[in-house]
Design a protein around this ligand. Structure first.
Ligand code: ADP
Ligand code: MG
Length: 683
């Protein structure tokens, strides 16, 4: 009966599950506060006193059980709105109780709603102090007599029973010694029933380390396995295409980061195993040229390549940029999107199959089944988080031996997140911007100052620059966003009535060809202002644009704001980002705006975003089990994570099959605790 409830309510199926149902806090019975000390600032409190006067008050939905708890200093009101009958049965006026809960004030008097309550037995002086665990539980379990404290009795009994035959140690003995960690068994005992806060902390640290270490070992093994056993085409040489372009047509010197990443790609693709590389580089770090050089490398070795972008606009832009760079080279490159005309499409498909086409740039259209390559050797995916894993998998089914895959993303991911979510991938970071960029100045303005902001925009476009004005896209209310945008567009038009000013508008509801026309007009400088929703968020490159105005900034997330801001500051001119908001802004939004004004560094912003939102919500990360730790947090346990990664690498390097005696139990544990995540390949 109880077992069934535990399964249903808390997913506790085994002894191990119960051992790993960790308390969320401990009660220290020696720490009892005075009721009189409760102030409006008090958060949680533990008090002890005599229960007086219990009474059911109100009717129907207002029905509640109210009791008074009195200690030497004052009176505290306790109230229950649920389980009234059951709670009342368990309480006896005149008895002493220990009460814990979040305090509030009701009619000027201190109150705890739904407190934890139990008979109070004072701690004897000199006795052994145990910190009593309190466990997460559910209302249903409480009603069955398994509240947060009673679960502890089950765990206690289990620990007693296991003493004879405690669970095996998973960590290699030398590692335990080196890191001065307690044994797994000790850690379980102390995490549930510690005798001091320090003991609890040490146990917690040990268990968190194991969690992180096991995950890192798993990823290391996957990575090693892929390196050693996957098949991949071999790009054995750097040939004429690459060299000619590099020596004659490269318009600038590569940054150190670009060179490093190129070298990594070169090494990966020469080994005979499939490359699965994630390239992360902040907006403007120059990923495109790295992609082009990699595609030339493929061509040098007789392979075709394709580059996939999430939108028509981006695909078009990549195509234009790449073909301009390649204009003096004997390289076949074409664009394939949903709006490619039938006759042209036919021609492209034929050239692909003959092998006369070296490079294909496109949107999702390139993964359709009819698109067949003669010898696809490299697939590049730009702005990775817009594509699903399944879509990418389709790309590499287009060749007998899977092509190398390079995924490029401009969403900076904090190092810790990358380590956990992408630890099994080959991972490059471009952490250096091309020289000569001026930092973008970012300011926050109230929307009442819109007129002044528009005057500023006018000054800039008078100097020959261009500006973006962005409206939020609210997923739930597409209609509203659309109306906002239209209204905004009319308003912008009224600010710039002179015939010499031209305004472009782009939004998601627009037919693609119309979108392209408007975008192109802005790209070519025929229009000075681009009014748009976030469709221009990723990748769009108009170096002459120097102002980014964002309307209703409070509705955007941090990384989105950073992406948007990245549309300016791409040329030689000083650029500005103006964040407009109404007067009422939530604290979270204020924090985001503050960070945006303080830094241009995408990695710092990503760190903050992770802190504010937690790992689950960060765009661009896989929704894998990789982040579901029971105890560890990649935000709060960075040093432990670093250590786990380091030692996982050491262990896997020394013993890649985990066949040494000291690693056998670790291997057994990994095998018996299969992971549900879908890592191993980004493609
Ligand atoms: P992103 O990484 O955001 O895709 P892009 O590849 O679009 O960045 O590059 C941004 C701009 O920087 C482009 O105009 C590009 O020509 C320029 N660029 C790239 N690499 C360099 C470099 N090493 N030196 C100077 N300019 C560069
Ligand atoms: Mg780009």
């Amino acid at each position: 009966m109880r077992a069934d409830m535990l399964k249903k309510e808390l997913e506790i199926f085994t002894f191990e599950d119960l051992l790993e149902h960790f308390p969320n806090r401990h009660i220290d019975k020696t720490k009892v506060s005075r009721i009189a000390d409760i102030t409006p600032e008090t958060d949680f409190i533990q008090v002890a006193g005599t229960l007086q006067h219990i009474e059911v008050m109100g009717e129907k939905r207002g029905k509640r059980l109210v009791a008074q708890l009195r200690d030497a200093s004052g009176v505290l009101e306790l109230a229950w709105f649920q389980g009234i009958h059951w709670v009342q049965k368990g309480l006896q006026p005149g008895m002493e109780y220990l009460v814990f809960g979040r305090t509030g004030f009701f009619n000027g008097k201190p109150q705890i709603v739904h407190p934890e309550i139990e008979p109070f037995t004072p701690v004897k002086a000199g006795g052994k102090i145990f910190l009593d665990p309190v466990y997460p539980t559910t209302e249903k379990l409480k009603a069955k007599g398994l509240n947060g404290r009673q679960l502890g009795k089950l765990t206690f009994t289990l620990l007693e029973a296991l003493k004879q035959d405690p669970p095996q140690e998973n960590l290699p003995a030398d590692l335990l010694k080196r890191l001065k960690l307690m044994s797994r068994w000790e850690a379980y005992c102390n995490v549930h029933f510690p005798q001091s806060a320090d003991e609890h902390a040490a146990a917690l640290k040990r268990l968190k380390f194991e969690e992180l270490f096991v995950a890192q070992v798993r990823m290391q093994l996957v990575k090693l396995q892929r390196h050693h056993s996957s098949r991949g085409v071999v790009f054995e040489k750097v040939g004429d295409y690459f060299n000619e372009f590099y020596n004659k047509h490269l318009p600038f010197t590569l940054t150190g980061a670009q060179k490093r990443v190129l070298k990594e790609i070169r090494t990966d693709t020469a080994r005979g195993h499939q490359m699965n590389r994630l390239l992360q580089g902040d907006v403007g770090s120059g990923k495109t040229i790295v992609a082009l050089l990699a595609m030339l490398l493929a061509a040098d070795n007789g392979f075709q390549s394709c580059m996939m972008a999430p939108t028509e606009i981006l695909a078009q832009q990549h195509y234009n940029g790449l073909s301009a760079l390649l204009k003096d080279m004997p390289i076949g490159i074409r664009l394939l999107t949903g709006s490619t005309k039938t006759a042209e499409r036919k021609e492209i498909l034929q050239q692909l199959q003959e092998g006369s086409l070296h490079m294909l740039v496109g949107t999702h259209a390139v993964i359709e089944d009819v698109v067949q390559f003669k010898q696809l050797g490299l697939a590049i995916v730009d702005e990775q988080h817009r594509f699903g894993v399944a879509q990418r998998a389709k790309l590499w089914q287009k060749a007998a031996i899977p092509p190398h895959v390079l995924v490029m993303t401009a969403t900076p991911i904090p190092r810790t997140l990358a380590m956990t979510a992408y630890g099994d991938l080959d991972y490059s970071v471009m952490d250096e911007l091309p020289p000569g960029r001026q930092p973008i100045t970012t300011v926050h303005r109230n929307e009442h100052a819109r007129f002044k902001v528009m005057e500023f925009v006018r000054d800039e476009i008078t100097k020959g620059r261009q500006a973006y004005i962005i409206y939020p896209l609210i997923e739930e209310s597409e209609k509203l966003s659309y109306e906002d945008l239209m209204q905004g567009y009319e308003q912008v038009k009224s600010y710039f009535p002179e015939p010499k000013y031209h305004i472009s508008m782009v939004h998601g509801r627009m037919p693609n060809d119309q979108k392209d026309v408007n975008m192109q007009r802005f790209v070519q400088g025929d229009t000075q202002i681009m009014v748009s929703t976030t469709v221009i968020e990723v990748g769009v490159n108009v170096p002459n644009a120097s102002v980014m105005v964002i309307e209703s900034t409070e509705k955007f997330g941090l990384s989105q704001l950073h992406q948007l801001r990245g549309r300016v500051g791409r040329g030689a001119e000083k650029s500005f980002c103006i964040l407009l908001t109404g007067s009422k802004v939530s604290n979270d939004a204020k924090e985001r705006i503050k960070i945006m004004c303080a830094t241009n560094d995408g990695f710092k912003i990503a760190e903050k975003d992770l802190e504010l939102r937690g790992p689950g919500d960060i765009a661009g990360t896989r929704q894998s089990g990789a982040l579901n730790f029971k105890l560890a947090s990649i935000v709060n346990d960075k040093p432990l994570l670093e250590a786990a990664k380091k030692y996982a690498e050491i262990v896997c390097e020394e013993d890649p099959d985990l066949s040494m005696a000291k690693n056998l139990q670790l291997r057994k544990y990994l095998q018996s605790h299969k992971h549900q995540g879908n890592w191993s390949k980004i493609s």
